[in-house]
Design a protein around this ligand. Sequence first.
Ligand code: NAD
Ligand code: ZN
Ligand code: ZN
Length: 390
Amino acid sequence: MKALTYHGSKDVRVETVPDPRIVEPDDILLRVTATAICGSDLHIYRGKIPMMESGDILGHEFMGIVEETGPAVTRVRSGDRVVVPFTISCGQCFFCHRKLFAACETTNPDRGAIINKKSTRPGAALFGYSHLYGGIPGGQAEYVRVPKANVGPLVIPDSGLEDKQVLFLSDILPTGYMAAINAAIGKGSSVAIFGAGPVGLMAAASARLLGAERIFMVDHHPYRLEFARHAYGVEPLNFDEVDDAANEIIDRMDGRGVDASIDAVGFEAKGSAVETALTAVKLEGSSGASIRQAIAATRRGGAISAPGVYAGWIHGFLFGDVFEKGLSIKGGQTHAQNYMPQLLEHIAKGDLHPEAIISHTMPLEQAAQGYEIFEKKQQDCRKVVLTPTH
Ligand SMILES: NC(=O)c1ccc[n+]([C@@H]2O[C@H](COP(=O)([O-])OP(=O)(O)OC[C@H]3O[C@@H](n4cnc5c(N)ncnc54)[C@H](O)[C@@H]3O)[C@@H](O)[C@H]2O)c1
Ligand SMILES: [Zn+2]
Ligand SMILES: [Zn+2]
């Protein structure tokens, strides 16, 4: 089959690789009909994720038709159309019982990314996300093996919903939604979202759904900010133009700040030349440019929600300000399985239109070009969907 494989920084290729097959009794084989490139894939693409091997198949946002099922699979049948969450969870362990699916402690044989981990077990394995997270072949491919098929895949009923409407249930829609929940967004809330990429946009859509009154959105790509203003009624702030976006938000919020901030940028945040340089030579784990702004923009007693991926330490992380302001912080990989069914209902009812953010749909064969366009923000790229042709 054809699949998108990793060969090093900025070097991904669509190649012919061996077809996947059922290995465990609760596996399914999926014929992929649509798959997307995630901002998390860009961390890999830029060579920032350790433990990648040449030839690894990328992709953790995908859906398709069940081609074959292992003998222990009861939840789906051949021919079902399913969306698959990016975290692989067993459904049986301490964390799965608490619906903390991304913390599943049985599926990842590798070490995960915690630095001071002591003897804790790693969180869930992820599709297509390095040999820190299980080295599981991803779904930017014609076919993919899906482990734990009685827990992950969500069947899409025959109700006329197109792939593009439901594909983002695999990751960015639950991620934006969980980010809004972690930010305790409710009726009348004010929120600042840092990052107007797909995750920030899904967070804005979710914040609206949950009743947010004011949404500020910070980025430096005018086309992304303009889309968010138009689609979700955000107040855009371009950090290349506004001297200090957090201060501007505080000024517009009676000198207090917003109820909550969502950091949808993560460890590659732009804005601090020093941190960017230190991170490049591995003297710094993450750039703190975005999380510092999020902490600064939030009022006392408020919440910080961080769907953006962080890795390791940040020297400029102002925990004293978090303490002084009495902020709560939540982050982490999304417990996608927990939110997929309710979000599917919202899509079916017409409350959510995640497909609106798609700017590029291209055949899987052109995936390498898709990565380049998305990474360089060319052609006003917001989100790339790849369709295998089989
Ligand atoms: N927690 C999860 O489970 C989960 C799931 C999906 C994605 N993610 C993470 O979410 C983050 C965003 O993903 P995406 O798909 O939207 O990626 P993206 O790269 O398309 O978007 C990131 C945006 O942040 C902007 N940005 C950079 N520095 C900034 C700063 N200092 N302040 C404000 N904006 C800044 C960029 O211009 C860009 O538009 C990534 O770190 C990704 O890995 C996490
Ligand atoms: Zn993702
Ligand atoms: Zn589990």
